[in-house]
Design a protein around this ligand. Structure first.
Ligand code: ASP
Length: 350
């Protein structure tokens, strides 16, 4: 049996950080330091290579160009490796995971993203275990067909493997920092690794991998809150060049029923802005016709984001516009399930 070949892409994040002697703040450091702190890696007997961001970054600095860099490296080395591990800061990990899931069209190998809450050099670090488990998952083979067990972009953190485009950072303190509230775990990690076979994405067809890296950044979130004024909303809706908005609404997708609110949203849609409705709740989704307050948004031309995370919704807008689609085409494709980011059947009414 040949050794599994794994490519690690080190982008930065707490996992590889050290304390700056002057400021006492954590800042990213190089891969050699990181790997020196994980001597156990040799026990895996894998053929591991790495590429590092130069310089490695705090994931708060991540941009769509960085996502494109990661996707291009995976595309370039796709046939040389069995799996890919992306080391990344936790702050924007769910955005990167969502973006990569849309960019890596035709992916049928594992892309496991992980990081840690404590730097790898600290005695109680979670980084060592996360890295080792991520490598094991990137190398795992399904005994049924001898193909990779994971064939999608996933986030590994502490006890769980989650679908990347369903994940959200839920804790700034806990080792279990991520969760997918609307989709079951892909695997549970305890004494052993238990894959949730029914939940794993099995791409259909044989399209070769293609990195679709163009992202349109003229998108934004608008968060509803009681007290939002017409002036503020109109100001947000008239941001120069804006093409797509993720409107973060209450509960089952509800917003104010006031006429000024309806008019402002309706006029923005008529100007060609694609607005999608995603709930501020972490669990559940938009049931647009359940309440009058949600139905009004639908009549104003707002699209149903169903049970998508905010991270998936905003990166999906970036991706669809990035492919050169018109607002009408983006609107008609937004609800389509591209790679497991949205539940397309079995939800309550649109
Ligand atoms: N600020 C860090 C980052 O996202 C936090 C982390 O890695 O946990 O890069």
């Amino acid at each position: 049996m040949a050794k599994p070949r794994i490519l690690i892409l080190y982008t930065g994040g707490t996992i590889g950080m050290i304390e700056d002697p002057v400021t006492r703040s954590l800042r990213p450091f190089d891969f050699a330091h990181l790997i020196d702190n994980v001597p156990k890696i040799k026990m895996l007997d894998y053929a591991i290579e790495h590429i590092q961001f130069d310089p490695p970054i705090d994931s708060s600095d991540m941009t769509p160009l960085n996502w494109a860099d990661i996707a291009v490296q995976i595309e370039k080395h796709y046939h040389e490796f069995d799996g890919f591990v992306v080391l990344h800061g936790t702050d924007t990990m769910a955005y990167t995971a969502s973006a990569l899931s849309f960019m890596l069209r035709g992916l049928d190998k594992p892309v496991i993203i992980t990081g840690s809450q404590l730097p790898i050099g600290e005695v109680r670090t979670d980084g060592e275990e996360n890295l080792i488990t991520a490598l094991q998952m990137a190398a795992a083979v399904d005994p049924v067909d001898n193909r990779p067990m994971i064939r999608e972009v996933a986030i590994l953190f502490e006890n769980y493997l989650w679908r990347g485009n369903r994940s959200t950072k839920k804790s700034a303190n806990n080792f279990n920092a991520f969760k997918s509230y609307n989709y079951p775990e892909l695997a549970r990690i305890g004494l052993g690794i238990h894959y949730n076979h029914d939940a794993l994405l099995r791409p259909v067809g044989n399209t070769p991998l293609k990195a679709l890296t163009r992202m349109e950044t003229s998108v934004m979130f608008i968060d509803l809150f009681p007290g939002l004024t017409e002036a503020t909303l109109r100001h947000q809706l008239s941001a120069p060049g804006i093409k797509g908005i993720v409107l973060r609404t209450y509960g089952a997708g509800n917003g104010p029923t006031a006429q000024w609110f309806y008019d402002a949203i309706r006029q923005a849609v008529e100007r060609g802005i694609v607005i999608v409705n995603v709930t501020q709740c972490v669990n559940g989704g938009v049931h647009a016709r359940r309440y009058y307050a949600g139905n009004r948004l639908t009549s104003a031309g707002v699209l149903n984001g169903r049970d998508m995370t905010s991270e998936a919704a905003i990166t999906k807008l970036m991706h669809l516009f990035g492919q050169g689609l018109t607002p009408q085409q983006v609107a008609s494709q937004f609800g389509r399930n591209i790679c497991g980011e949205v539940t397309s059947t079995g939800l309550p009414e649109e």
